[in-house]
Structures are given as structure tokens and as C-alpha cells.
Design a protein around this ligand. Structure first.
Ligand code: SF4
Length: 522
């Protein structure tokens, strides 16, 4: 009886697979538009890649008339064992395709070094991503994948993207897929990229169909799909799709809630990627988990953040008050890992809104410096506010880099001793950002040498502008003339960036932006 049920299930699954494969062949043969298959290492994209591979194998060699690109994203902060397995799979797919003469090409897409996780956090001081400010997916996943697709569009005119999205993943996902599908057509229009179309060959698959297929069909390039199954079964994590459609991304929620997310992901409360591996004996990854938890913990620490935005704009964060036993208290709500606090208003430095500018000047308060001056602003409308937070201070960025390098130095990757948590190219970009923002002491090479015990080959061109003594002289001069030292640093940084160019297009706009920064004029 039981074997009858299993047989029926397998037969049902077989016809679903055959149907998908037939569809894939038909769509492939329909036109000359190349395909881009998004492979994330997760179950759904593995099914798509595997069925596409099988379908191409079943076609005659003279029918294999166009390229199929299988692309994976490498955010440069992928969980070490996951990226290793993706690398191995891509390599296997490529070798097997070459052996069989299939027109498949595998590629990895990476963010520009300027847009990497570390360049943004350590270089520019971006607060680590969270649900409200999830700046990472666009910069690290969507943009690099879109760039790949756009390159192909400009070469071939149009491109078809194959995604492993399924309607039964969530009601939102089903709506997104249906709203994009033109009735009677198998292709959907890409939501943002012109001349790109989306084909979702497994959109009707249920979760059981996916696993039945993977566990009952040998991988054509020799992967062991039971390993993939184990990955999912020892955590209740989801997929982290290679998102090449922004609308699909919105319906995907956080890909950090997954074994396939970045090891640094602070978008989720608990890191499933690392925790699962450590619980399964990969103890060497524990320092990564500790670092990630620390990074999430310092995100909303006022002492490590500047008190104005990246563009110099000051803003107020309203603070609720509560009267308890005739005493007024400020209620600071819970934020991230920062607990809720109820503090008597008289424990703050109370400043009237229109007195703020004088107060900052008289007390020589630098809003970009570490620490918190504990200011509570009594606004003109009678409400209370704190100064809103901006990027990490330069000191916090240096602290993050130092800690990261320490882990890198001591990391014991069992199969890849040269594994790097931060790439040399990223360090160079961070150094450039710091120098532009006035790090005239050129701290980065110093930190690197201090932690790693050796130097990288830094460019001579980027030598510090001034020595310590000259910087002190300039600081004294600024103070004597009541000029903001950080502003002078910024202006000299802008000038330095344009030096050597005959036509300095844009320099006046940049100078004007620096001079009109809010914090200088409150
Ligand atoms: S895994 Fe987390 S950090 Fe990485 S791109 Fe997704 S949301 Fe951002």
C-alpha cells in the first residue's frame, strides 16, 4: 500500500519534471536570445540549473545554438563553506558542459570593490544593514547581477533570465509572479531591466517536488544532493536567491535569514548561516559569529556614530517623555540590540533648540568625534529630541578594521589557509576613502602592519599629505581663527582629488556641498 503511494508520488513528480524539461527545450529553441540562469547554491536554483543541463543534453548538437550563462553571486562576505561549495559546483558544471559540448558558461558576479560590505562600513562608515536600512542587497547582489545582464543585453539585444522562483513560497511571491506574467506567455517582463525577460520554469513546483527531484535524480555534474538536503535539514533556514529582479527581491524578505546569506549579515536577529555550521562542528567559524554579533551590537551605539548624516545634514530624533511621580523622564526606545532606557530629563544636558549652535561652539563639541555629549534638545514646539545618528566615527571604523584583521590573522580555515575575510583591493579603497575624509595620518597601513605584522605594497602616490606636526599647526590655526578643522580637511581632500587634472569638472559643486553642510550652519 505504502509503496503504491510512493510510486504515485514519484510518477506525479516525474511528469512535472518532464513537463518543465519540455518547456525548457521549447523556450530554448524558440529564439536566439541567450539565457542567464541565477544559481545561488540553494535548492530551487539547483533544480533549475540541473533541469536546464539535462534538457540541453537531450537536444541534438546542432540545436545548441545559443549560450546559457549560469551565474552566481559572490558578495565577498559569503559564508566560507557555502562559497567554497558554490565554487566547486560552478567548476564541475563548467567541466562537464565542456566535456559534453554544451554551450554553458559559468560566471561569478561580485560587487565593485567600492560597493563591497567593508568599503561601505569601514570605508564610508555606513551603519551595518538592518531591516529598515537594507542597503546591502542592491549594492552587493542586484547591481552586479544586473550589470552582467545589461552587458549581455548590449551584446545580444535581449536576454532571458531563468529564476528558481516558485508560487508556493509565499502568497506575495505568487502575486509577484502572476502580476508579471502576460497571460498565455511563458516569459515575464523584467521589472526594471529593459530588454530582459524572466522565465520561471519551476514556478508550479511545491517544496516536496523540489526535494523529490533533487534526491531521486543524480546531479549531472556529480554533486551530492543529499549534502544540500542536510544543509537545509539542520537549520530551518530559507533560500538566499540570486536576486536579479528587484520586485522578486522585495517579496523575498531577508536573504540573511538563510544558510546561504552573508556571514556578516546583521539584517537578521540570529545568524543562521554561521550558527548552523558551528553547531555541526565547524568550530573554527566561531570567531566570525562573535564578530558578527559584536558588529550588530555596536550599530546603534551613539558613542560610535557621528551626529550628522554623511552629507553633513543634522536631524532630530524625537524623544518621548513620561512623568513619573512628578518627575519628567525621557523614554529611549529599544533599537536593535540597544535596550529601552528611561532616564530623568535632568540627567541630560538640556539645550534649547535655538541655543544649540552656541552650545556646540561654546563647549567645543565635535559632532563627528566618538562619544556622546548627552544632549537633549528642547524643541521650539515644546517636544524633546536627540541629535540623529550618522555614519560610524572614524575611530569606530578603525576599531572594526582592527578586529576584522585580527580574526583574519588567526582564522584556521581547514581547507583554504589563504582564505581572506577582506580583500587587498577593498583595503586600498578604504584607505582612499579615509584619506579623502581627512585621515592625514594615514592610519590604515599602520593598523595593517600592527595586526598582521607585515606591510602591503602601498602606492607611493597615496603617501600622507602632512606629517603630525603640520597637522597640529593647522589645527591650532583653525582654532585661533574659529574655522572648522574638519571642513578644512574636507576642502583640502577635494582639492587633492582633483590635482593633476587639467579640467576640474565638478570641483565647485563639491566645494559648495562641503561649505553648505548643515552641521556648520545650525
Ligand atoms: S545576506 Fe544579509 S548582508 Fe548579505 S545581502 Fe542579504 S541581507 Fe544583505
Amino acid at each position: 500500500m505504502q509503496s503504491n503511494i510512493i510510486d504515485t508520488m514519484l510518477n506525479k513528480n516525474k511528469s512535472l519534471i518532464e513537463e518543465a524539461k519540455e518547456q525548457i527545450k521549447e523556450v530554448y529553441l524558440e529564439d536566439d536570445r541567450p539565457w542567464v540562469v541565477g544559481y545561488s547554491g540553494g535548492k530551487d536554483s539547483t533544480v533549475v540549473s540541473q533541469i536546464v543541463f539535462e534538457a540541453l543534453k537531450e537536444l541534438d548538437s546542432n540545436q545548441l545554438h545559443k549560450k546559457v550563462y549560469i551565474i552566481s553571486s559572490d558578495t565577498l562576505v559569503e559564508t566560507p563553506l557555502i562559497i567554497q561549495s558554490i565554487n566547486t559546483t560552478l567548476h564541475r558544471i563548467q567541466s562537464e558542459a565542456l566535456k559534453l559540448g554544451l554551450p554553458i558558461e559559468t560566471h561569478k558576479v561580485k560587487p565593485e570593490p567600492e560597493q563591497s560590505f567593508w568599503a561601505n562600513i569601514i570605508g564610508k562608515g555606513y551603519p551595518s544593514p538592518n531591516q529598515q536600512m537594507r542597503w546591502c542587497t542592491d549594492r552587493m547582489k542586484i547591481d552586479p547581477a544586473n550589470k552582467f545582464v545589461k552587458d549581455k543585453v548590449s551584446k545580444f539585444g535581449e536576454v532571458i533570465m531563468l529564476l528558481g522562483v516558485r508560487e508556493d513560497e509565499s502568497a506575495t511571491r505568487a502575486n509577484v509572479i502572476n502580476s508579471h506574467t502576460v497571460e498565455g506567455k511563458r516569459l515575464m517582463k523584467h521589472s526594471t531591466l529593459t530588454n530582459a525577460y524572466v522565465f520561471a520554469p519551476i514556478k508550479k513546483f511545491k517544496l516536496d517536488d523540489v526535494w523529490e527531484y533533487l534526491l531521486n535524480n543524480t546531479s549531472p555534474w556529480g554533486d551530492d544532493n543529499t549534502e544540500l538536503y542536510k544543509l537545509y535539514s539542520d537549520s530551518n533556514s530559507g533560500e538566499c536567491p540570486l536576486v536579479i529582479d528587484k520586485t522578486v527581491k522585495e517579496s523575498a524578505g531577508s536573504c540573511g535569514n538563510s544558510r546561504f546569506g552573508c556571514w556578516t549579515c546583521t539584517v537578521v536577529n540570529e545568524d543562521k548561516a554561521l550558527n548552523g555550521f558551528i553547531e555541526n562542528g565547524e568550530e573554527w567559524m566561531r570567531p566570525l559569529l562573535e564578530f558578527r554579533n559584536w558588529l550588530a551590537g555596536i550599530r546603534d551605539d551613539r558613542t560610535r556614530r557621528m551626529k550628522y548624516r554623511m552629507d553633513g545634514q543634522i536631524y532630530f530624533l524625537n524623544v518621548q517623555t513620561e512623568e513619573i511621580d512628578e518627575k519628567l523622564y525621557a523614554v529611549l526606545p529599544k533599537k536593535g540590540s540597544r535596550a529601552k532606557k528611561v532616564i530623568p530629563v535632568d540627567q541630560f544636558n538640556l539645550v534649547q533648540e535655538n541655543e544649540l549652535s552656541n552650545y556646540l561652539a561654546e563647549n567645543n563639541i565635535d559632532l563627528s568625534a566618538p562619544g556622546d555629549d548627552n544632549i537633549l534638545i528642547e524643541k521650539n514646539d515644546g517636544n524633546y529630541a536627540q541629535l540623529g545618528l550618522g555614519p560610524f566615527t572614524m575611530e569606530a571604523r578603525q576599531e572594526i578594521l582592527k578586529y576584522l584583521l585580527e580574526i583574519q590573522r588567526d582564522l584556521n580555515h581547514p581547507s583554504d589557509p589563504s582564505f581572506e575575510l577582506i580583500q587587498e583591493e577593498e583595503l586600498r579603497i578604504i584607505r582612499r576613502y579615509w584619506l579623502e575624509k581627512g585621515d592625514w595620518e594615514d592610519k590604515l597601513p599602520e593598523i595593517y602592519q600592527e595586526v598582521m605584522g607585515y606591510d602591503l605594497d602601498w602606492d607611493f602616490d597615496d603617501q600622507p599629505l602632512f606629517d603630525r606636526e603640520q597637522i597640529t599647526d593647522l589645527e591650532i590655526l583653525c582654532e585661533r581663527n574659529n574655522i572648522d578643522f574638519k571642513l578644512v580637511q574636507k576642502l583640502i581632500g577635494i582639492e587633492k582629488n582633483y590635482s593633476g587634472y587639467k579640467i576640474k569638472r565638478g570641483i565647485y559643486e563639491e566645494i559648495e556641498k562641503a561649505l553648505t553642510q548643515d552641521y556648520l550652519h545650525i
